[in-house]
Design a protein around this ligand. Sequence first.
Ligand SMILES: Cc1cc2nc3c(=O)[nH]c(=O)nc-3n(C[C@H](O)[C@H](O)[C@H](O)COP(=O)(O)OP(=O)(O)OC[C@H]3O[C@@H](n4cnc5c(N)ncnc54)[C@H](O)[C@@H]3O)c2cc1C
Ligand code: FES
Length: 278
Amino acid sequence: MSASLINANRMRIVKIERVVDESSRAKSFYFRDELCSRAEAGQFIMVWIPGVDEIPLSLSSIQPEKSLSSVTVAEVGEATKALNRKREGDMIGVRGPFGNSFKIIRGRVLIVGGGVGLAPLMPLIERLAGIQDTSVTVLAGARTKHELIFLDRLEDEAGKGRIELTVLTEDGSYGGRGLVTDPLENLLSSDRIDMIYGCGPEKMISRLYSVAERFNVPLQICVERIIKCSIGICGSCAIGRYRVCRDGPIFTSDRLREVEDELGKFKRGFDGHPIPIT
Ligand SMILES: Cc1cc2nc3c(=O)[nH]c(=O)nc-3n(C[C@H](O)[C@H](O)[C@H](O)COP(=O)(O)OP(=O)(O)OC[C@H]3O[C@@H](n4cnc5c(N)ncnc54)[C@H](O)[C@@H]3O)c2cc1C
Ligand code: FES
């Protein structure tokens, strides 16, 4: 294990500096930690909720100048519920950052985020939006308006002319009605896109992958699997011959082709058995 990974793997106890309600079931938690604030977009950390569990979460903002970072958490089970009950001043533990990151490409890029999948994409969007010879189109989606996250941050970037933003909700309560992947074919037929970045539910990811392959556009996506050790030892996060915690969470088209039999079809549970993705 490298010295930098040993250092990142140390648990640090940090104070929650700020809590932001992002949607009906997601909150962002801001904290100060030197290593996390110097992470790359797409990397994840392990967050320990004392007395409950330790879970993987993507960094949803990275501000090295303030030593500040955040995670954005959608409530699904015990640990995420316990975290979402935390308040400013409460303490949590963090390890990381872990894994690889999105590779920055200049040119015309398309970013597709579904639900809380926008979390690892947001620092990437803010970084790409600041690069002069790069144009950034963002498709952001959720089931309903109340589940859309980062609308203020995205609309702020769009208002400054730094990104082109299309918002879709499945019930049509905000933006266009439909799935976040619906505009893909039209967009890719009419525009030359140099790179697609994406994150969201695995069914969305596998649709994104098949459209990107059909149009021959390279893709970088964030893959989620059960993470326990986070440092490549336990094997719980295996997908094909890769370990998401070490070789991912960002997978490029080349690697996705190797694991396409698993992508969107099954993942492994806590006991290692395959569980179908519905
Ligand atoms: C690299 C990575 C980045 C992630 N980033 C985010 C994020 O930014 N925001 C966010 O809300 N969620 C994120 N997740 C998912 C988040 O880790 C799970 O929602 C959380 O662990 C669920 O824990 P729970 O106790 O609340 O739910 P449980 O009831 O224990 O589980 C609900 C579901 O969450 C998943 N899950 C549970 N434990 C783990 C685990 N240790 N590792 C991975 N998945 C698990 C399983 O699919 C499970 O079926 C990420 C997952 C990974 C792998
Ligand atoms: S979580 Fe243990 S190998 Fe990835």
